[in-house]
Design a protein around this ligand. Structure first.
Ligand code: PHE
Length: 512
């Protein structure tokens, strides 16, 4: 038995089968003392999956020889060595001679004591003489057994342990026995039923490898969605469920007209400064707004004039901002600072529609990228994604907006909203939305909202009694909270770790 561990892993299965053919069951610690646990378990699993062997794992305490015990096994116990030396000296041995013969004072001393006790030797004057012809070196025999089997009668083990000749160690061993399909050789198992096997008929006699339904499939290295995209998808779904249609936001460049003027943002507003907004240098300006397709029958010239007049003053019951509105400023191209530019274009389009003679109610949303000239830090980038919704209907109230926001955020798992009066050039009243975040244990700002101003809506041609809610929130913040990211640069931009993108789990907003 005891095959060597130098055999390649593949041969281990044959070694196990061979060992079992001679003795059944076998203990792995006895039969394969030097094979590493992992290799042994792998080989046993292969055999067990084919029912060729059965095995149980057992943990047991095994006895190992201390260095002193190893010496006893090779040279005999102290007392036996003393007896042997005395017996060989036919007419006795002085203690001094004994010590020099054994070459170890300690062994000679301890051995004498025991040999006296066993009545193997006695003192005859100054000399030691033997009392018997031969002795049994019990200790050595016991240790020899333990060296091989690592176990013995518990009494013996206890005694030898007391004499500090043994140490005990926990060892995991396998009790291996023959399985119902035991054989000396492992049959080749087919993993596929091939056309050739069908043609030759070899499938009839082939052994097929059983399916392993517990196997984790191989890594497919498939593409992965960015976490922002996953959260975006969840929020999109909420909008769809609430009857919103998605706005076409696939343009990053807008004129100042759509990005600011239509939203009643005066031309001297700080948001329009170079420090806040990226201006496009080539080309620097857009043409005047006009139809985007042959079907587009809207009157853009009238709208352009209305916007100018609303800013300059005296329209829609408002005194306006009372400054000289510049067409050149309005036509400068910018990277859009918010998706509200698209909302304005959509509401303008809506104003041209009639159902049963009146402008129909509408719900629009978008989730897309916007740009601001910000100083980049852990929570700010100069581009981010905005979630935006608008609701146009008759008879809407501020209370209705608050109610709507509670329902909308509730669907994202955000509850207990707080509203704070705020200022936007295009909404009045305006409210910032806050919520207590349990994970962060603080109140955080989650969005901005309001009711669009008549100066903006009536310039588009929307009826006076139509009210339009608007709200916006960032996509990055909820995503960072969801994924526990503290630095936005880990989420977006060139520092993003692709491993993070691939490994992060699917998103489930804790919807109400
Ligand atoms: N445009 C606003 C922002 O950038 C969001 C908003 C949209 C606010 C519509 C009110 C109405 O924060």
């Amino acid at each position: 038995m005891a095959p060597s561990s130098s055999n390649p892993a593949g041969d281990l299965t044959s070694e196990i089968l061979l060992a079992l053919s001679k003795e059944d069951p076998i203990s792995s610690t006895e039969a394969f003392p030097d094979v590493p646990f992992e290799s042994l378990k792998a080989a046993l699993d292969r055999l067990a999956s084919r029912s060729m062997v059965a095995y149980e794992q057992a943990e047991r305490e095994e006895a190992f020889l201390e260095p002193e015990a190893e010496v006893i096994v090779s040279h005999g116990s102290h007392e036996a060595r003393v007896f042997e030396a005395v017996r060989q000296a036919l007419d006795g041995l002085s203690i001094q001679d004994l010590e020099s013969q054994i070459g170890d004072k300690m062994v000679a001393k301890l051995g004498q004591g025991k040999a006296f006790k066993e009545k193997w030797i006695k003192k005859d004057g100054a000399k030691l003489v033997a009392l018997v012809d031969s002795i049994n070196d019990v200790t050595r025999d016991q240790l020899k057994v333990i060296q091989e089997k690592r176990t013995h009668d518990p009494k013996i083990i206890a005694d030898l342990k007391k004499r500090k000749l043994l140490k005990m160690q926990k060892v995991i061993s396998f009790r291996i026995s023959k399985g119902p399909k035991f054989a000396l050789e492992m049959v080749r198992e087919e993993t596929d039923l091939t056309a050739e096997m069908l043609a030759s008929g070899s499938w009839k006699t082939a052994t097929f490898k059983p399916y392993n339904f517990k196997a984790l499939g191989a890594d497919q290295h498939a593409g992965a969605l960015h976490p922002l995209n996953k959260v975006r998808q969840e929020i999109r779904q909420i909008f769809f469920e609430m009857g919103f249609t998605e706005m076409p936001t696939n343009q990053f460049v807008e004129s100042g007209f759509w990005n600011f003027d239509t939203l009643y943002v005066p031309q001297q507003h700080p948001a329009r400064d170079l420090q806040d907004t990226f201006y496009v240098s080539d080309p620097p300006t857009a043409g005047r707004p006009g139809p985007v397709s042959a079907e587009d029958k809207l009157d853009y010239d009238a709208y352009f004039t209305n916007v100018r007049q609303a800013h300059e003053g005296g329209k829609y019951g408002s005194i306006g901002y009372r400054y000289r509105w510049s067409e050149d400023e309005s036509l400068r191209l910018v990277l859009r600072t918010h998706t509200t530019a698209i909302s304005a274009a959509m509401l303008h389009k809506l104003a041209g529609q009639r159902v049963d003679g009146r402008v129909p109610p509408a719900r629009y949303f978008s989730i897309d990228r916007v740009f601001r000239n910000e100083t980049v830090d852990a929570t700010h980038l100069c581009e981010f994604h905005q979630v935006e919704g608008v609701i146009a209907d008759y008879g809407l109230t501020l209370g209705g907006l608050m109610e709507f926001m509670s329902i909308f955020f509730g669907r994202m798992g955000v509850t207990d909203l707080r509203f704070k009066p705020a200022y936007n050039p295009y909404t009045e009243p305006s409210m910032e939305i806050f919520s207590y975040h349990k994970g962060l244990n603080k109140v955080i700002e989650i969005g901005n909202s309001g009711i669009f101003r008549p100066e903006m809506l009536e310039a588009m041609g929307l009826p006076k009694d139509m009210v339009v809610f608007g709200f916006g929130l960032g996509l990055e913040r909820p995503t960072m909270i969801k994924y526990g990211i503290t630095n936005i640069r880990e989420l977006l931009g060139h520092q993003v770790d692709l491993g993070f993108i691939q490994k992060n789990p699917a998103v489930r907003l804790d919807k109400n």
